[in-house]
Design a protein around this ligand. Structure first.
Ligand code: AKG
Length: 252
C-alpha cells in the first residue's frame, strides 16, 4: 500500500491498518525498552526513557502514512505506551475523542490522528481495538447508540493484530477497546499527531540533552517535536523532502 492509497482509505474509512510495519528485530528492540519503561512506571513519559521511542515517531513504514493523512504541518502531540493486563475488564466504552471540541467542522476536518503500534499479538479475545468505519463523517452531535456490550455496536470492525502491526485512526471516529479476556497482556505504543499550530502534551526542553540532540538533528524532527524555527510561525511550518501532500479537492 502506498501512502497515497493509505490516505484514500483513511479518508473513506477513518482508519488504516498497516500489517508488519515493524520487523521482528524492531519489535524485540522496542519491546525491551517498553518493558523497562513499564518497570519504571514511565509509560506516559516514553520520550525520556529510550531513544528508540524518538525513532518510532518517524518510523519509515508508519510516518509516511501519518504525513499523507495529516499533512505537511504535522507534529507529535504525545508518545505513550499502554499495557492492558491479561484476563481483566480493561475495555473502554465506545466514544469519540474529539466530539466536544468547538470551532471546527469535524466531519470534513482532520485535527488529530492516533497511531497504535502493537508490540505483542492481540487475538480475537484480547484487548482488541474496534472502530465504526466511516464514523468520522457522521454529522456533529450524532448520538452514540445506548448499548450495553461492546459487541452490540452496529457495523463495527474489530481489529485483531500481530506484533509489529500498526493502526492509524482519526480521533473523530467512534472507537472502543474490548476487554482483555486472553491470557496475555496487551502492549501498545500510542502516539498522537496533530498540526504544528496546536498544543502538545510535553515540552521538548524538558527532555534529556541526549534526546534533544536526537530531535534537533533534522528539520523534520524539529517540526515534529515543536522546536521553534527562527523566523517561522507555527502556522507556516512544513516538512521537507518526500512526496508533498495533495489535499482532495472538494466543492468548487
Ligand atoms: O486502547 C484502545 O484500543 C482504544 C483506546 C482509546 O479508546 C483511545 O485512545 O481513545
Amino acid at each position: 500500500m502506498t501512502p497515497e492509497q493509505a490516505r484514500q482509505q483513511y479518508n473513506s474509512q477513518g482508519f488504516v491498518f498497516i500489517r508488519g510495519a515493524l520487523s521482528s528485530a524492531e519489535v524485540e528492540r522496542v519491546l525491551n525498552a517498553f518493558d523497562q519503561a513499564a518497570k519504571n512506571d514511565s509509560l506516559y513519559d516514553l520520550l525520556r526513557q529510550d531513544e528508540v521511542f524518538v525513532d518510532m515517531v518517524d518510523h519509515p513504514a508508519i510516518f509516511p502514512v501519518v504525513r499523507a493523512v495529516l499533512g505537511e504541518d504535522v507534529q507529535l502531540r504525545y508518545a505513550h505506551g499502554g499495557v492492558r493486563e491479561a484476563n481483566t475488564e480493561s475495555g473502554g466504552g465506545w466514544h469519540c475523542d474529539l466530539c466536544d471540541i468547538m470551532g471546527v467542522y469535524l466531519p470534513d476536518s482532520l485535527i488529530m490522528t492516533k497511531v497504535f503500534t502493537y508490540l505483542v499479538d492481540v487475538p480475537e479475545n484480547g484487548a482488541t481495538f474496534a472502530i465504526v468505519p466511516g464514523s468520522h463523517r457522521f454529522e456533529m452531535g450524532h448520538p452514540l447508540p445506548d448499548i450495553e456490550n461492546h459487541e452490540d455496536m452496529p457495523h463495527h470492525a474489530k481489529l485483531t493484530a500481530k506484533a509489529g502491526d500498526a493502526v492509524l485512526f482519526n480521533g473523530y471516529c467512534w472507537h472502543a477497546r474490548f476487554h482483555n479476556r486472553s491470557n496475555s497482556d496487551r502492549k501498545v505504543l500510542e502516539y498522537s499527531y496533530v498540526h504544528s499550530w496546536m498544543k502538545t502534551q510535553y515540552d521538548y526542553r524538558d527532555l534529556p540533552a541526549s534526546i534533544q540532540q536526537r530531535i534537533t538533528q533534522s528539520h523534520n524532527r524539529r517540526q515534529l517535536f515543536g522546536v521553534p524555527e527562527p523566523g517561522m510561525s507555527d502556522w507556516e511550518r512544513r516538512l521537507e523532502g518526500g512526496e508533498p501532500y495533495r489535499p482532495i479537492e472538494v466543492g468548487i
